[in-house]
Write a protein that binds this ligand. Structure first.
Ligand SMILES: Nc1ncnc2c1ncn2[C@@H]1O[C@H](COP(=O)(O)OP(=O)(O)OP(=O)(O)O)[C@@H](O)[C@H]1O
Length: 772
C-alpha cells in the first residue's frame, strides 16, 4: 500500500520527497494517518529490508481491498508536480495520468556486502585432548575447551610471551585460563600474579569468569592483583605516600582540568575564547603518557607551541596546590619505583607473573613501568591485536606490541588466528577492510562457520537511519531475539542522538554507554535552544543566562538583567535592550534582539534556527569560538545536528518541549536500566571494545563520520595515521558481530550530502535477496 491520508492530505510514497518519510512515519505513529480506501488507521513501515509501505495498524497488513488500492496508487503515482507544500507535506492541486510506478523511486534497496573468502582460511578448530588428570582436561570437561594453538598459548613455559591474536580468537579466554593454569597446574601463588586490563569492568569480568573455572573460589581469585594500570598504581601510591595522593586532591573531571588551563591562559594573556582547551588537555595527556616533559616536546605548529606553554603552567599550578591528575598516577608510580629501588626490589620479588590484556593500547609510561616491575624475571605475558589499537589520541602506541620481540629477544610469540566469534562472511569483510592499513602485522583469520553476509542499507539521514534500525530490532524481537543480542555502535556521542530518541520513545530496554550528558545539554546546542525558548517565553531567566556568552557578555550580566526587569517592569528578554557595554555596535545589536526574537514566533523551528544563526550573530559566535568543541565534535556540527531534529517539527513550542522531554528521558532511562543486563547496547565503538553481540548495527558508515572529518583533514595534510586508526575503529566495530552485521550508509549526514565510507571500497556490494 503506497498511499495514505494525513487528515485530508493525500500522501503517495511514489511521489513524496524522501526527506518527508520520517515525518510521515511519525504521523502514523501518532495515529494521524488513514487508509485511502477504508479510512482505518495506518502506519508507515520504514525498515531496512524492504521499501516503505503503509499497513493497517490493527491487522499489521496492507488493506484487504489492495486491488483497489492499486488504482488509487496509479493515481497517486501520477500526482502532478504542480502541488503545494503545507506543513511539510505535498498537497496535490491537480493530477494527470503519467505512468505506473512500481518501485519507490526514492528508496535505495539494501545491498549484501561481500569479500573474498580464501579457502585456506576456512577450517575447523582442532580439538585437543589432555591427560585425564590435567587442569586443562578439567576445564574442557566444564565446557571451557581450547584448540591446539590456544592450548599452547595457555600452557607455554614462562618467560616473555606475546600472544598476537585476531579479533574473536579467544584472547580473553586464553588469558583467564592462563591465570587458572598457573595457579592449579604450575602451583603459582595467586598473590604473585598481576592481571592488568584496559578497564575496571574488564577486570571484574575476568574475575567473574575465573570464578566459574574448576577449583576456583573467591578467596583464590581475590588474591590475584587485578585492575587497570591506574587502579593498581593508585593502590600502591596511596599505600606508600598516603598524604600526597589523597583522593580529594585528584582532578577527576575534565572541567576541573580545563578550569586550570583557562586560568593559565588568562595569566598568559592568551585569547581564551578562541582556544580549544579540551583538545589541549588531550594533547597534554598524550605527552605525559609518552613521558614527554614540556622541555622535551617538539611542537609541530604554533598551536602546539601554545599548548606547551599551558602544559608548563598546568604542571606548576598543580604542584603549587598539591593537586594531581590521572596521568600523574602513572608517571608518579613510575618515578616512585625509580626513586625507591629498595621498594622496587620488594615488589619485584612479590610479583612474578604479569598478565597484560589489550597490549596494543599500552602507552610508554605503562610499558616502562611494567618493564621495571618485571625486572630480570621478565615473566610478561602480553595479549593483544595491533588491528584493534584505537587509543593513540591518549598516547597509546601499538609499536610496543609490534616491537615486543625486539625488546625481549628471548620472547616467544604465539599467533591465534581462528575467529570463534563471527561468521566467515563477517570476518572476511572485516579482514578486507583492515588489510588496507599499511602499519600492521598481516595475519590470517580462519573462520569456522558460514552465515549471513553483512548488509549495507541506505537511509535518507540520521533520523531515518534510527527508525529503520528500530523497525529491524522490533521485527527480530518478535522472532525471538533478546534485547541483549543487539548493539548499535557509533563513532562519536553525537552520532547516537537520533537512535537514542527513537529507542527512548519505544518500549524497548536499552542502555546508552556514555560519559557525556544529553545532546541537548551540549554548550552550543543548549545556547541555540535557549534562543528558541525565549521566543515562546521571554521571561525564561535560565534561557537569558544561557544566551549571554553567545552575545559576548559575561554571565554576571544576569544580575543586572534581574535588577532591570524589576526597575523597567519588563521581561528578561526585553532587558537586553537596556544593557550598556560601552560599545555602540554591540549595544545596537542587543537592542534589536528582543523584538526580532518575538517576531519569529510563527516560524518553523528550522527557519528560526537559520535566522538566529545568520541574522543574530550566532554563526559569528561559533566561528569566534573556533574549535570550541574539540576536533572530534565541532560547534558548527552541533547546529547542523540540531537542524536535523528541528526539521521534524512545525512549531517552536513543540520542538522545545520535545528537547526538554528527551533530556529528562536521558536521565530517567540511565537510572532505569543501569543495572539491567538484558538491554540493547547503544555505544561508541571505543567502549564496545572486547565485547560481542549477535547483531550489530554500525551507524553512519560515511566519510566524515567514519573516517571522522579530523582524520580526513590529517590525511589531506599527508598524515595517514589518524585515517588508519579510523579504519581500525571500523574493524573493531565490525568484529563485534557474531551473526549479523548491518552498516548504515545514510545519504545525508548533518543535512549535507554524504559519501559512502572510503573504508568500504575493498568490499563488493550486490543486491540483497530476502531469504524469508
Ligand atoms: N576454543 C574455543 N571454542 C569455542 N569457543 C571459543 C573458543 N575460544 C574462544 N571462543 C569464543 O569466541 C568468542 C571470542 O572470544 P574472546 O572474547 O575471548 O575473543 P577475543 O580475542 O578477546 O576477542 P576481541 O579481541 O575481538 O574482543 C567468545 O564467545 C568465546 O567464548
Amino acid at each position: 500500500m503506497l498511499t495514505a491520508l494525513n487528515y485530508d492530505r493525500f500522501i503517495s510514497l511514489n511521489t513524496i520527497d524522501r526527506q518527508e518519510l520520517q515525518k510521515v512515519y511519525e504521523a502514523g505513529k501518532n495515529g494521524l494517518l488513514a487508509c485511502t480506501l477504508c479510512g482505518e488507521a495506518v502506519k508507515l513501515y520504514l525498515g531496512i529490508k524492504s521499501a516503505p509501505y503503509f499497513y493497517h495498524y490493527s491487522s499489521k497488513q496492507p488493506c484487504a481491498t489492495e486491488d483497489l488500492s492499486n488504482v488509487q496508487e496509479e493515481q497517486a503515482a501520477t500526482i502532478d508536480i504542480d502541488d503545494e507544500k503545507t506543513n511539510g507535506f505535498r498537497l496535490p492541486k491537480s493530477r494527470s495520468i503519467l505512468k505506473i510506478v512500481t518501485e519507490s523511486p526514492t528508496f535505495k534497496p539494501p545491498m549484501t556486502i561481500k569479500a573474498t573468502i580464501h579457502t585456506s582460511e576456512l577450517a575447523n578448530s582442532l580439538p585437543v585432548t589432555y591427560p585425564k588428570e590435567s587442569y586443562l582436561n578439567m576445564l574442557a570437561q566444564n565446557g571451557y575447551s581450547v584448540d591446539a594453538t590456544q592450548s599452547k598459548a595457555v600452557t607455554i613455559d614462562e618467560g616473555p610471551i606475546l600472544i598476537l591474536a585476531g579479533a574473536g580468537s579467544g584472547k580473553t579466554r586464553v588469558l583467564t585460563m592462563r591465570a587458572a593454569f598457573l595457579i592449579h597446574e604450575k602451583k603459582v601463588d595467586p598473590s604473585t600474579i598481576m592481571l592488568v586490563t584496559f578497564t575496571n569492568k574488564a577486570a571484574n569480568e575476568m574475575k567473574e569468569r575465573l570464578l566459574h573455572y574448576p577449583m576456583m573460589n573467591k578467596s583464590v581469585v581475590q588474591k590475584i592483583v587485578s585492575g587497570t594500570f591506574h587502579s593498581i598504581l593508585y593502590q600502591i601510591l596511596i599505600f606508600h605516600e598516603r598524604e600526597k595522593w589523597q583522593r580529594n586532591k585528584l582532578l577527576s573531571s575534565n572541567w576541573q582540568r580545563e578550569l586550570l588551563l583557562k586560568e593559565i591562559a588568562r595569566e598568559e594573556q592568551m585569547d581564551e575564547k578562541d582556544f580549544p582547551f579540551d583538545a589541549a588537555l588531550q594533547l597534554i595527556s598524550a605527552w605525559k603518557n609518552s613521558m614527554l616533559s614540556p622541555n622535551n616536546v617538539e611542537p609541530d605548529n604554533d598551536w602546539e607551541q601554545k599548548v606547551v606553554q599551558l602544559y608548563i603552567g598546568y604542571e606548576t599550578k598543580k604542584q603549587q596546590r598539591n593537586l594531581y591528575d590521572f596521568d600523574d598516577m602513572l608517571l608518579g608510580g613510575y618515578r616512585f619505583f625509580v626513586d625507591n629501588p629498595a621498594i622496587l626490589a620488594t615488589y619485584q620479588k612479590r610479583f612474578t607473573h604479569f598478565l597484560l590484556d589489550e597490549f596494543q593500547d599500552i602507552n610508554k609510561v605503562q610499558y616502562e613501568w611494567i618493564k621495571l616491575m618485571a625486572g630480570s624475571a621478565k615473566s610478561i605475558y602480553a595479549v593483544g591485536d595491533d588491528d584493534q589499537s584505537i587509543y593513540s589520541f591518549r598516547g597509546s602506541d601499538p609499536k610496543y606490541l609490534l616491537d615486543f620481540e625486539k625488546d625481549y629477544p628471548n620472547s616467544q610469540t604465539i599467533i591465534l588466528d581462528y575467529n570463534y566469534r563471527s561468521s566467515q562472511e563477517i570476518v572476511s569483510a572485516a579482514k578486507s577492510t583492515i588489510s588496507k592499513n599499511t602499519k600492521r602485522r598481516a595475519k590470517k583469520m580462519i573462520t569456522g562457520y558460514s552465515g549471513k553476509p553483512p548488509i549495507g542499507f541506505y537511509p535518507y539521514d540520521e533520523e531515518e537511519e534510527a527508525t529503520m534500525i528500530l523497525t529491524d530490532i522490533q521485527e527480530k524481537i518478535k522472532l525471538g531475539y533478546e534485547p541483549r543480542d543487539f548493539a548499535i555502535l557509533f563513532r562519536t556521542n553525537t552520532n547516537s542522538r537520533a537512535m537514542f530518541e527513537r529507542l527512548a520513545s519505544s518500549s524497548l530496554p536499552f542502555r546508552l554507554e556514555q560519559d557525556t550528558g544529553s545532546f541537548y545539554q551540549r554548550f552550543i546546542v543548549k545556547s541555540m535552544l535557549s534562543y528558541l525558548k525565549l521566543i515562546d517565553d521571554p521571561d525564561n531567566q535560565q534561557a537569558v543566562g544561557d544566551i549571554l556568552p553567545t552575545l559576548f557578555l559575561k554571565k554576571s550580566v544576569l544580575q543586572d538583567i534581574k535588577a532591570t526587569s524589576i526597575l523597567e517592569d519588563c521581561s528578561f528578554l526585553d532587558c537586553l535592550h537596556f544593557i550598556k557595554t560601552g560599545f555602540a555596535f554591540q549595544e545596537s545589536k542587543l537592542k534589536k534582539i528582543p523584538n526580532t526574537l518575538k517576531g519569529l514566533i510563527n516560524r518553523s523551528p528550522l527557519d528560526a534556527i537559520n535566522y538566529i544563526e545568520k541574522e543574530l550573530g550566532f554563526q559569528e559566535f561559533i566561528k569566534k569560538r573556533g574549535n570550541e568543541g574539540n576536533q572530534w565534535d565541532k560547534g558548527s556540527d552541533d547546529i547542523r545536528d540540531l537542524k536535523v531534529v528541528a526539521r521534524k517539527f512545525n512549531s517552536i513550542k513543540e520542538f522545545v518541549q520535545y528537547t526538554d522531554h528527551m533530556m529528562a528521558m536521558n536521565e530517567e532511562l540511565r537510572k532505569q536500566y543501569k543495572n539491567e543486563s538484558n538491554v540493547i547496547t547503544l555505544s561508541t565503538i571505543h567502549r564496545a571494545k572486547g565485547l560481542e553481540y549477535k547483531t550489530v548495527y554500525i551507524l553512519g558508515a560515511v566519510d566524515g563520520s567514519i573516517p571522522h572529518d579530523f582524520a580526513l583533514e590529517s590525511f589531506r595534510n599527508n598524515n595517514i595515521f589518524p585515517l588508519e586508526e579510523e579504519r581500525r575503529l571500523l574493524y573493531v566495530a565490525m568484529t563485534r558481530a557474531q551473526k549479523e552485521l548491518f552498516l548504515s550508509i545514510p545519504m545525508y549526514l548533518r543535512g549535507k550530502k554524504a559519501k559512502e565510507s572510503r573504508f568500504l571500497s575493498p568490499l563488493s556490494m550486490s543486491p540483497f535477496v530476502q531469504l524469508h
